[in-house]
Ligand binder design. Sequence first.
Ligand SMILES: NC(=O)c1ccc[n+]([C@@H]2O[C@H](COP(=O)([O-])OP(=O)(O)OC[C@H]3O[C@@H](n4cnc5c(N)ncnc54)[C@H](O)[C@@H]3O)[C@@H](O)[C@H]2O)c1
Length: 243
Amino acid sequence: MVTGAAGALGSMAARTFARAGAKLLLADLSADRLAALADELRGQQGSEVVTGVVDVTDADQVAGLVDRAAELGAPVSVLLNNAGVPMSKTLMESTPDDWRRVFEANVIGTVVPTQACVRGMVRQGYGRIVNVSSITARTSVPQRCAYGATKAAVSNMTQSFAVEFGGHGITVNAIAPSAVVTDMNRDLLASQPEVYRDLMAHTPVGRMCVADDLAGVLLLLASPASAFINGQTVYIDGGFTVM
Ligand SMILES: NC(=O)c1ccc[n+]([C@@H]2O[C@H](COP(=O)([O-])OP(=O)(O)OC[C@H]3O[C@@H](n4cnc5c(N)ncnc54)[C@H](O)[C@@H]3O)[C@@H](O)[C@H]2O)c1
């Protein structure tokens, strides 16, 4: 199950899992983008796909989609908590409602699908949960104070959930990418050369992250091969956070 599946990173993850032979439950708020992705995956890969226009902060909606895993013949064994929203304001520009909005989507939106999937995983004695954090969980980035706080919460919950479910064959880990060049932000980055220069100056690998940089780690953390990796946040940032 992939949440936020219709977005830039979610659709990359769905394609990656589909190529690996997964049957997919895809959740997003955007019906149009979900339908287009599902058509693509069914057409190009012959994948079995169930989609749900679901708000990941709504427990009933999420439970309804998780139940539909029966249509794919198996309960959810891998959950990618990818749905999230950005927030670009300084502390003094932001309102309490800005903070509530980003915490609701990024934190509650991780808790609810985890609760919905973990019962079945406990029954199976197997599960892989991968949360999407960010470099802002660990380092201060201008105008990302609220967003970074949500991602620090995601990384911290990753540790707590890993401890809570590790004895049930379930691992919980997170990936933490630096800014990923996507179709949506490519023009923005090009129009802000100083932001791009700053990022490059702090990225030893010397280029921006692209969505495909996440695929290998996602496959590992979603597979039985990662059975002894638990509670970790894997930074996929070209060395940004160690510089
Ligand atoms: N793009 C980056 O540079 C970057 C870097 C680090 C981490 N991330 C994280 O990666 C994840 C995906 O980001 P992206 O760049 O693909 O963004 P995106 O906006 O392209 O995709 C996010 C998707 O989540 C969906 N979504 C948002 N709130 C939802 C809700 N309540 N219920 C269901 N779906 C919801 C949106 O409809 C959208 O399709 C996010 O958690 C983001 O914080 C992104």
